[in-house]
Design a protein around this ligand. Structure first.
Ligand code: MN
Length: 740
């Protein structure tokens, strides 16, 4: 008989209405496509898809699944395309075969590291149609059966993956037989010594116990016969990996295992299961703690049986599994033997071909499995549908990270560790530098670049997808801001005590906290730092009679030009919003007693190279002006408030800063109103690496324009160079700095 006829007859044995044409078409198409290819073993490649189809037939799957089993490697390994398969077999087939092609690519990822739980989720997410999964399992089973032809490292890798992923997966969808075979095959490659030892021992035990097993079988059968209970009784031996697993898991020696042999009792009905149980329990002594009724309480994968252990015939300790024929089939064949499947099969072949109907029950089963509630079982938290809302990415070391759809590298960073999230400054996706808020896609490899800073950008909190990242960003920015305000408040208060001629002592604050409605001293500092609480009021409470308070600084309602930004959470018209941390790194008052003050730049900016002067307002804030600024003249009479400032810039530049900080400065450019003049100016700024923060064109005298820019430059030399470049264009008649 021809191979293809053999396959068709096999299917016909459980499905009399088999679609012969479909199977033949898939058979000849695949055979033709793979015709000149060989497997690693040297056999024609076509052996493999044919074997996969036969495995699927053995599990009693429908002809669509079996045809896909034949076609499964065509897109991956031959010149077949999705379009071609769609034209010949239809959309359903091209979709399924392409799904399998995608799954093959997953194998390359899992090579790096196997993360059982997450990888299984990835697998399920990728196989939106359960049939893809079924064919993949059959594919893996055949590859495992023929693994000897592969090179040694590949054998180990594939075996490990089988052990960690495919064996548990098949067990979870009820294919216990397949799962056990996969485990034994993988076990042989992963731990050859243990495998051989255990296999030899099992063979020996079977030889020496053959008679005993027969005696026990007969005695149990006789018991049922005498009670007119129709039952089949047979013995079975535990499989090598199951033995190994139990020895390892329970730290037992081989000799200590009591359940190497077990007996199965197969009866016709559930009622008979309990009758058989009763007979066994009344004839032999029950071993306590071994009785389990999986009929009234089935396992999540729909396994049903009664388990019990007794001191049975010949005083042997024996394990028994009692089940109906139907339960037995489900335990062996898994989903294919499920009553729901049969129900659909008996309706019409049309409904079998309809994916939605024919496989709804498998989905349903998967869903039930996932709701199973056993934390050790896979897929515990999530329903299948939820996987569609997830994206699966990898670290450079191959660790899989599961995130919600549209998650960003920032989410990824926080998912790995809060510290990595807080200090991330850049990301590479599949080796390319990408924005930190770029949405990730399935299979992306993400590398996070970090710096020493520990404060994330506050605005990220609204752009990230995971709750974990949002909460962490809010916490980190809140903490950073809180600490900033706290330090500022403490400095303000200390300074205020000082100028009032009083000794500051933190202990003096404790008794007044309740009156001011604060729980902690730190809260009081923060409030002062935010200027919500006046430092003078604190002093007035401690010194109610105002004795000897130096009122020198008690000036009200003084207004100064609004300086730019105090803290990161206040917006500014331009991007002058350097954080205090940043400003204080570059500028400090020469007199350290003003260190408590906050600092900002005047609205026209100051750049390194300028000599600078600070002006102290009564809010404990210093605004920094270039010494040439005209504004300072307005405050000449208040020269007591003028504070000497200095740049720390160059020192820092040499030691620490790779990319020098840029500082904002306002400039005016007069030019001839030629077409393209503005573009030339902006091109020069871009060439010179000067960011434009603001551009205004205030008025247009005939034939001329004035452009007002706020640009960011490194220092005065950088600015000079820009001026020179602009003047070289010859459209520029005058370029100057605006000091204000
Ligand atoms: Mn294959």
């Amino acid at each position: 008989m021809m191979e293809v006829d053999h396959l068709i007859e096999h299917i016909r044995s459980y499905n009399p209405k088999v679609n012969e044409d479909l199977i033949k078409k898939a058979y000849y198409y695949t055979k033709e496509k793979h015709k000149n290819q060989k497997r690693a073993s040297g056999e024609p490649f076509f052996c493999h898809p044919l074997a996969v189809a036969n495995i699927l037939a053995q599990m009693h799957f429908d002809e669509t699944t079996i045809a896909v089993g034949l076609l499964h490697d065509t897109i991956e390994d031959t010149n077949a395309t999705r379009e071609e398969i769609e034209n010949i077999f239809g959309k359903e087939f091209s979709y399924l075969v392409e799904g399998l092609t995608k799954l093959n690519r997953l194998d390359n990822y899992s090579q790096k590291a196997i993360q059982g739980e997450n990888l299984r989720k990835f697998l399920v997410a990728t196989s939106k149609d359960v049939r893809i999964l079924l064919v993949k399992l059959a594919d893996r089973l055949h590859n495992m059966r023929t693994l000897d032809a592969f090179p040694p490292e590949k054998r180990i890798r594939i075996s490990q993956e089988t052990m960690d992923l495919y064996a548990p997966l098949s067990a979870r969808i009820g294919m216990c037989d397949m799962s056990e075979e996969l485990q034994d095959l993988a076990f042989r490659y992963l731990n050859f010594e243990a495998y051989t030892t255990i296999t030899e021992r099992l063979k020996y035990l079977l030889r020496t116990n053959e008679n005993l097993l027969k005696i026990i079988e007969d005695e149990i059968s006789l018991l049922f016969k005498e009670s007119h209970l129709k039952a089949r009784v047979f013995s079975r031996q535990k499989r090598p990996y199951a033995v190994f697993f139990k020895m390892k898991n329970k730290s037992l020696a081989f000799e200590q295992l009591s359940d190497i042999f077990g007996f199965r009792v197969i009866v016709d009905s559930i009622k008979d299961c309990y009758r058989a149980l009763g007979l066994i329990h009344t004839n032999w002594s029950v071993i306590p703690g071994k009785f389990k009724d999986y009929i009234s309480l089935p396992k999540p994968n729909d396994y049903r049986s009664i388990h019990t252990s007794v001191i049975g015939p010949e005083s042997q300790r024996i394990e028994l599994q009692i089940r109906t024929n139907e339960m037995h089939e489900i335990a062996e064949y898994g989903l294919a033997a499920h009553p729901l499947y049969k129900e659909i099969g008996s309706r019409s072949s049309a409904s079998l071909l309809n994916e939605l109907n024919a496989y709804a029950w498998i989905r349903k089963t998967l869903q039930i499995l996932m709701e199973g509630g056993n934390p050790e079982e896979f897929l515990e938290h999530t329903k299948l549908e939820l996987f569609q809302d997830q994206v699966f990415c990898f670290t450079p070391k191959g660790k899989l990270v599961t995130l919600p759809k549209d998650a960003t590298p920032v989410d990824f960073a926080y998912e790995i560790h809060t510290d990595i999230g807080n200090s991330c400054i850049g990301a590479k996706i599949n080796g390319q530098s990408m924005p930190l808020l770029f949405p990730l896609r399935n299979g992306d490899e993400v590398e996070i670049i970090t710096s020493n800073t520990k404060t994330p950008v506050e605005a990220w909190a609204n752009l990230v997808k995971t709750g974990k990242a949002k909460a962490a960003i809010r916490r980190a920015t809140r903490e950073a801001t809180y600490e900033q305000y706290c330090l500022a408040g403490q400095d303000i208060l200390t300074h205020y005590f000082e100028i009032c001629g009083k000794q500051f002592n933190e202990k003096d604050l404790v008794p007044i906290l309740a009156r001011l409605n604060y729980e902690k001293i730190k809260d009081l500092y923060v409030s002062i730092g935010k200027h919500e609480q006046k430092a003078e009021d604190v002093l007035k409470i401690i010194y109610p009679n105002g004795e000897n308070l130096n009122q020198d600084f008690d000036e009200k309602n003084e207004t100064l030009p609004d300086s730019c930004v105090f803290f990161r959470d206040e917006a500014s018209p331009f991007s002058f919003n350097y954080s205090q941390e940043c400003i204080k790194k570059y500028i400090s008052p020469i007199d350290k007693k003003y260190n408590y003050c906050t600092i900002s730049f005047c609205e026209n900016g100051a750049i390194p190279g300028d000599s600078i002067i600070g002006f102290l307002n009564n809010k404990n804030h210093i605004t920094v002006y270039p010494a040439r600024s005209q504004t300072l003249l307005k405050y000449e009479h208040r020269d007591k408030r003028w504070i000497e400032m200095r740049w720390n810039f160059y020192k820092i530049k040499d030691n620490l800063i790779e990319n020098p900080q840029h500082f904002a400065v306002k400039i005016s450019v007069f030019l001839r109103a030629d077409i393209g003049a503005l573009a030339r100016m902006t091109a020069i700024l871009a060439e010179q690496n000067a960011n434009i923060l603001y551009l205004n064109v205030p008025y247009q005298p005939r034939g001329h324009s004035e452009l007002i820019f706020v640009i960011e430059v490194e220092d005065d030399k950088h600015l000079e160079k820009i001026f020179k470049k602009m003047q070289e264009t010859k459209v520029v008649s005058l370029v100057k700095r605006i000091y204000g």
